[in-house]
Design a protein around this ligand. Structure first.
Ligand SMILES: [Zn+2]
Length: 158
């Protein structure tokens, strides 16, 4: 795995120096990738960090507790903050499915057989927990890290 991260980081830098404007948020990507290169097990920390931030700070900025309005707020936040284009694509009351296109963490990265957008997953989890007042677990099922064209997140309400 360590070799895979080095390859990924070198690829990222090659792309950056080839065309400095072609990539998303290079500083964020290098931070996330380097963290994983440095150590194991930080992914759950990134998930918990995204969740804490979202549950305690971001969700407070959204005045509505109504699920549809809250999801629109979340989609707007992802877009306006430069994370990517988030869209709720499926919903069953206990399950929410989101697609994230142009993800600033993983789009067009060198795939390395794992999903990596744990911070983003945590943001969705914390936001839904705050608005639904239920426990929510989010798993990323599609990701640039797995070679997919976009990310997909499945949120399950417990
Ligand atoms: Zn991803």
């Amino acid at each position: 795995m360590e070799e895979a991260w080095k390859r990924t980081i070198d690829y990222e830098l090659d792309m950056f120096f080839k065309d400095k404007k072609s990539r998303g948020d290079i500083s964020k990507r290098l931070m996330v990738y380097s963290l994983e290169w440095l150590s194991v097990g930080y992914f759950s920390a990134l998930y918990m960090a995204g969740k804490k931030f979202s549950k305690n700070s971001l969700s407070v900025k959204c005045s509505s507790d109504e699920v549809e309005a809250a999801n629109r707020f979340l989609e707007d936040f992802f877009r306006d903050s430069g994370i990517g284009r988030l869209k709720l694509i499926g919903e069953s009351g206990t399950r929410y499915v989101y697609r994230l296109e142009g993800c600033s963490t993983c789009s067009n990265m060198l795939p390395l057989d794992r999903q990596i957008c744990y911070f983003e997953a945590g943001i969705i989890a914390g936001f839904l927990e705050s608005k639904l007042k239920r426990r929510v677990v989010v798993r990323e099922t599609l990701c640039g890290g797995l070679g997919d064209d976009y990310c997909e997140f499945v949120a399950r309400v417990r």
